[in-house]
Structures are given as structure tokens and as C-alpha cells.
Design a protein around this ligand. Structure first.
Ligand code: PBG
Length: 328
């Protein structure tokens, strides 16, 4: 019988050695918390499909932003849910619309202690729920949408946002937004481009979170889950158009894409652990089928290991708390 010379188990024998050789760590500054603010609410509204996540009032949004800054999170990504919807999402351009009010509220609460980011998309504002305006045949009109994105970016800059997150997957959106920002002397406002965003079934619970009225799907603008080269092309285009950071979304079913993008991108790469990923963990844990906290930590750690420099996650505050307490 010959015994092994190499024994990888030696470096796993206790928590001290495991901690010493751990290659991937979580730090609060790498985490970005997505939040929802809804017009007309008097109390925060809990979301059934995302237990623990709420739609905020302006006041509760300020509170959570302050908590996020105190916890040392990297950033906060704000989504706005207006009362008035129409065909072109005109509330999105209202300087006093709900998202712009949310940006102002958060900036007034945290100043420069936290990177304040905004979702730059029309789907929360259109009555049909698509990320852009429709042409007479009912197709999402790329270039007409770009004009609105450009104007929307200017209102976000005016409200004090640090970074906008274009999530609509229109061709050329990063360039148009960059030019529109520069036109109003908002050169300091960054762009976190949702570069490789897939048409995913896992966005389901988000549609409840933003009261979405979408019927149909987003397959003519978001990417096909079957494709990988296209993710590289989308990222290259966004980099050439001036993206300051790029993103892969969703995270867990796209870790291979994340790794590839991370290997060639020369700007930071974020990944979004989306609503359905959150809901699956919560649902399984509620049934006693998995250990919730361990699954939460493992899920975000693996997204980091796959190459994400930053992770957008609804667990950001909870994870930061565990990190501070030395639990993970
Ligand atoms: C579009 C947008 C979506 C999400 C973030 N931005 C939904 C979609 O593309 O259908 C999903 C986030 C999540 O599921 O957590 N504005």
C-alpha cells in the first residue's frame, strides 16, 4: 500500500488554516444594495415573493441608505416605482419624479459616504412594461428609446447621482448616456453598464417588486441564455462606448460568463444576484431544505470567486453585519 505524498486535506484541517489559505473573501465595500422606492406609500410595503425586502417610502429609504453607509457597503442601487404610467414612460423624465426624489433623499442622507446609483431604464415607467418605447408595429424602438435614456440620465445627474446603471440593453445606450451627461457638465457621473444582461426567468419576483405590467418577454433586447460570445461582444461595445464598470446579470446561472468577462475586462466587473436567486434561497430555507445563512454566504462568495469585483445583492446589509461580527 502506498500512502499519498500530497495531502490537500492538511490545509483544511481546522478553521485557522482554512482562513489563512482562503483565496476569496467578502468585504462590505464590495457589496451594493438594490432598493425600491414607491410613490404614494405611507408605510414600507413588504414583498411577498422576496421575504425581507420592501418597497420604501422616502423616509424609510433614507434610513436604509444611512444603514448601508454605516455598514460600509460599497453602494446602493435605487429603483423608482411611479404612480403614473404611460406609453413613453414620461414620468421617468420628470425632475421631481419618484426616482429622482429617491436619489435626492439618499444623497441628502449619505452624501459621499456611499456610491449612490440609479437604475436607468423605462420599464417601471411604461404602461406596457417594456424597457423602451414601442414603434407603430409594437417593437421596442431602439433609437427613440436612446433619446429618452439620455434625458433621463441628465435628470439623475441633476438629482445628484454618482453613477447611473443603464439596464435596458438598447444598442448604443452607453455612448448616448455618456454624451448626454457630458453635455450638462456631469463628467463626474459614472456609468455602470448592464453589459451582459440575459432574458431570464429568474427576474420573476422583481416584477412584483416594481409592480410591473409587462406581458410577453424581453427576448428582442436582453440576451439569449444560450449565448456566450455575444456577452463578450456586448461588453466590448460598452467598454468602447465609455462604461466605467460593466455587469453580468443574473449571477448564479451565468458564472461562466462572469469569469470570461472578468478575464478580459480592464474595468471593474459587477454581478447582480437577482430577485429569483434571492427568492429560491428564501423559499428553500423556509421549507427547512437548506441552511439559509450558509447558503446566502456561499452564493455570494461563489459569485466573487467567479470573478465579480462587486456584487449587487439583496443580502448586502445582512452580509456586512456577519462580516463585522466575524461570522464569515
Ligand atoms: C430592468 C431591470 C430588471 C432588473 C433590474 N433592472 C428586470 C428586467 O430586466 O426584467 C431585475 C433585478 C432583479 O430581478 O432582482 N429595469
Amino acid at each position: 500500500m502506498s500512502f499519498p505524498l500530497q495531502r490537500p486535506r492538511r490545509l483544511r484541517q481546522n478553521s485557522a488554516v482554512r482562513r489563512m489559505v482562503a483565496q476569496t473573501r467578502l468585504h462590505p465595500s464590495q457589496l451594493i444594495l438594490p432598493v425600491f422606492i414607491k410613490e404614494g406609500l405611507t408605510e414600507p410595503n413588504p414583498l411577498v415573493s422576496m421575504p425581507g425586502v420592501v418597497q420604501h417610502t422616502e423616509d424609510s429609504l433614507k434610513q436604509v441608505a444611512t444603514q448601508a453607509a454605516t455598514a460600509g457597503l460599497g453602494g446602493i442601487m435605487i429603483f423608482g416605482i411611479p404612480q403614473k404610467l404611460d406609453a413613453t414612460g414620461s414620468e421617468a423624465l420628470n425632475p421631481d419624479g419618484i426616482l429622482n426624489r429617491g436619489i435626492r433623499a439618499v444623497v441628502s442622507a449619505v452624501g459621499d459616504d456611499l456610491v449612490v446609483m440609479s437604475d436607468l431604464c423605462l420599464d417601471e415607467f411604461t404602461e406596457h412594461g417594456h424597457c423602451g418605447v414601442l414603434d407603430e408595429t409594437g417593437r421596442v424602438d431602439n433609437d427613440a428609446t436612446l433619446e429618452l435614456y439620455g434625458k433621463m440620465a441628465q435628470t439623475h445627474a441633476e438629482a445628484g447621482v454618482h453613477m447611473v446603471g443603464p439596464s435596458g440593453m438598447m444598442d448604443g445606450q452607453v455612448r448616448v448616456i455618456r454624451e448626454s451627461l457630458d453635455e450638462v457638465s456631469a463628467q463626474h457621473v459614472g456609468i455602470l453598464a448592464y453589459s451582459a444582461k440575459y432574458a431570464s426567468a429568474f427576474y420573476g419576483p422583481f416584477r412584483e417588486a416594481v409592480d410591473s405590467s409587462l406581458t410577453g418577454d424581453r427576448k428582442t433586447y436582453q440576451m439569449d441564455p444560450a449565448n456566450r460570445r455575444e456577452a463578450l461582444l456586448e461588453t466590448e461595445l460598452d467598454l468602447a462606448e465609455g462604461a466605467d464598470m460593466v455587469m453580468v446579470k443574473p449571477a448564479m446561472s451565468y458564472l461562466d460568463i462572469l469569469r470570461e468577462v472578468a478575464d478580459f475586462s480592464d474595468v471593474p466587473v459587477a454581478a447582480y444576484q437577482i430577485s429569483g436567486e434571492y427568492a429560491m434561497i428564501e423559499a428553500a430555507a423556509a421549507n427547512g431544505w437548506i441552511n439559509r445563512d450558509a447558503a446566502v454566504a456561499e452564493s455570494v462568495l461563489s459569485i466573487r470567486r467567479a470573478g465579480a469585483d462587486q456584487v449587487l445583492t439583496y443580502y448586502a446589509l445582512e452580509l456586512a453585519d456577519w462580516i463585522h461580527r466575524g461570522l464569515i
